[in-house]
Ligand binder design. Sequence first.
Ligand code: CA
Length: 231
Amino acid sequence: MSQERVFIIEDEADILEVLVYNLTREGYKVESARDGEEGLRKIRQKAPDLVLLDLMLPGLDGIEVCRRLKAEPTLRGTRVVMVTAKGEESDVVLGLGVGADDYICKPFSPKELLARVKAVLRRGPQRDEPMGERLVRDGVTIDPARHEVRVDGKPETFTATEFRLLHFLAAHPGRVFTRDHLLDRTIREDAAVIDRNIDVHVRAIRKKLGPYREYVETVRGVGYRFRDTEA
Ligand code: CA
């Protein structure tokens, strides 16, 4: 079996050392960089299977590195595990929103680290999901190619789950979907999703839709639907 390759971007020397030591001992081929620019450059050359990406980096931060990585067609299949410190949970959500697969919080045990890396690598390269079409519903524009939602022209930050959920509903205006169906269509086996409660995601979506919050309609006793503005 060929050696799986892990690339680490971490600016703190002692943490980097621990990561390299443990992953190498486990049999991975490990390479590293100390900042985002250098990291991206080397990742283009080495094409690793997985990137361990520190969130707080000098220069480009982890979110931006992940965003750029996922924007390059030849690299977007690379698995990414974000490495965060306590108190950066909101950044974790942002990281998952730009395509990271999972995250691990410092301080972590070697056992925890290896389990996480192994689990993400087991999924294989991230496959491109068929990109949905760009949707415009009154003042709401949903653009899967750019992972962007604009409300009255202003971009709003959506997590990956919120984005899929909104796009799915808006792609079928007027149709009612049960929570189970929505769960199945938008979260599925995605282990990175922290909250599997559809209502929580819908609440977050409505908040971000502002004046269009009522477009995501609750159908009592059934589920949700996107308002059919053509009707
Ligand atoms: Ca750091």
